[in-house]
Write a protein of this length. Structure first.
Length: 445
């Protein structure tokens, strides 16, 4: 692991041990970004269920591996404000960094359009299906692809069509969003060429274009698209939400709508390439269904594709860490947590924990196909930062099941299947969002 061999100190903060191996300025970020599962296991084995990790510019976060930590997401004395403190240029004014009334106001202006009823009424499934089919046909014709780049472009095109934004220069938008994410880990040094300067420039570039889309939505109110719906809802609000808040939340939706979902889509293709039996089962289901589903009501006809979606999320959560701040003193797993403590909830650990899942290290669709209990909240948090289902969860569910069926039908028709052409682990990242290596290639042969 990328830990500092010169830092072997055994320190305590509020009677809780600090993980050794931090580097100056960047702390444990190299190990968090590149080898988070191993870092968490090693810390738990040597220090116990409570320990401090150094997130560099963000500071120390008390990390808890006790299952009680999940309850913090709904605790009235725990705040999301830390999210904005970590990257105010990225999260300032967005609903993920707000609590209480402010959070509900912003969420209510967006949520209805992203629930199954709203998606069905807007015909989103019909809108997405031909776009997905055209993209996987291009993959088939090309024979091999750099998978994460391709899924990123596809998801950006889909979220743009949902929002009602012209899909121009997708690679440029994708590049700007990757630069924007650097604001989460950027040292507070504003110099040319450094992450903070690049991230702020990317934010300004994105926001300038989003303001143009907002102006166009007001000038052409009859147009369809989520931006028009959001502008209309914000303008009707009795609380006079500003355009800055509107733009910040649109920026966040575009980020969440393509970055995390693209990672999950890429991992689904990788798992299908790794496991020939899984691919055969998906092809059999796709042939039985016969066409890409277009409504949420149709998704129950695709249990294999649904299980692949859920198991990929469990094993490869795109948001592996959630952060919060304790507003008052808390008791957590037999520990006293002082007021003001910044907390890290390692969702990756719980998503793959033997306490919550049988044989957690195995990629098994049977755990979903044979399930009789309802899906738990912990099984639906991997995209988002809230205590509830991620606002775009139902959208991602629809997109990814559609993608599975389209991929299986298109490739099987040509007599080909996905195959790994390169390694997966080298270049894998876990923070600020998780994704496979940018260099992973998939062939269709």
């Amino acid at each position: 692991m990328l830990l500092n061999p010169l830092d072997r100190r055994h320190c305590l903060r509020h009677d809780i041990p600090v993980v050794p191996g931090a580097f100056p300025l960047v702390g444990h970020l190299p190990a968090i970004a590149r080898d988070l599962p191993r870092l968490l296991r090693r810390a738990e084995q040597t220090l116990g269920s409570h320990f401090w990790l150094d997130f560099g510019p963000v500071g120390h976060l008390m990390t808890c591996m006790d299952p009680d930590a999940l309850a913090l997401l709904r605790h009235k004395d725990v705040s999301s404000a830390l999210i904005e403190d970590i990257a105010p240029e990225l999260f300032g004014g967005t609903l993920v960094a707000q609590d209480g009334i402010a959070h509900r106001q912003a969420r209510d202006a967006i949520q209805a359009a992203l629930l199954p009823k709203g998606l069905t009424q807007a015909g989103i499934g019909e809108l997405f299906a031909p776009v997905i089919q055209a993209r996987v046909q291009r993959w088939r014709d090309r024979g091999d692809v750099t998978i994460l780049r391709e899924t990123g472009d596809l998801m950006l095109k889909l979220i743009f069509s949902l929002m009602g934004i012209p899909a121009h220069d997708l690679r440029g938008w994708h590049r700007k969003y990757r630069q924007l994410l650097q604001l989460v880990v950027a040292p507070p040094i504003d110099l040319p060429g450094l992450p903070l300067r690049r991230g702020r420039a990317a934010r300004d570039w994105i926001d300038a274009r989003l303001r143009e889309f907002v102006r166009a939505a007001r000038e052409h109110a009859s147009r369809t698209g989520l931006i028009n719906d959001m502008v209309s809802a914000f303008d009707r609000s009795d609380d006079e939400l500003s355009d800055d808040v509107l733009v910040a939340n649109i920026r966040l939706l575009l980020l969440g709508g393509h970055d995390t979902t693209a990672s999950t889509m890429a991992w689904m293709v990788i798992e299908l390439a790794r496991q020939p039996g899984l691919w055969d089962a998906l092809v059999e289901e796709a042939q039985r269904v016969g066409a890409v589903p277009i409504r949420h009501a149709d998704l129950t006809q695709c249990p294999i594709a649904e299980a692949l979606f859920r198991e990929t999320l469990r094993v490869h959560p795109p948001t592996p860490l959630l952060v919060r701040r304790a507003l008052r003193e808390l008791r957590l797993g037999q520990r006293r947590i002082p007021a003001g403590t910044d907390l890290c909830i390692p969702l990756l650990h719980f998503s793959t924990s033997a306490l919550l899942h049988e044989a957690p290290d195995q990629f098994r669709l049977a755990r979903w196909l044979q399930r009789t209990d309802p899906i738990r909240p912990v099984d639906m948090l991997q995209f988002g930062t809230g205590p509830h289902v991620c606002m775009g969860y139902h959208l991602a569910w629809l997109e990814l099941v559609q993608f599975c069926i389209a991929l299986a039908l298109t490739m099987h028709e040509a007599g080909v299947r996905p195959r790994l052409l390169s390694g997966v682990e080298k270049g894998r990242r876990y923070y600020p969002t998780a994704h496979p290596s940018m260099a992973t290639r998939i062939g269709f042969s």
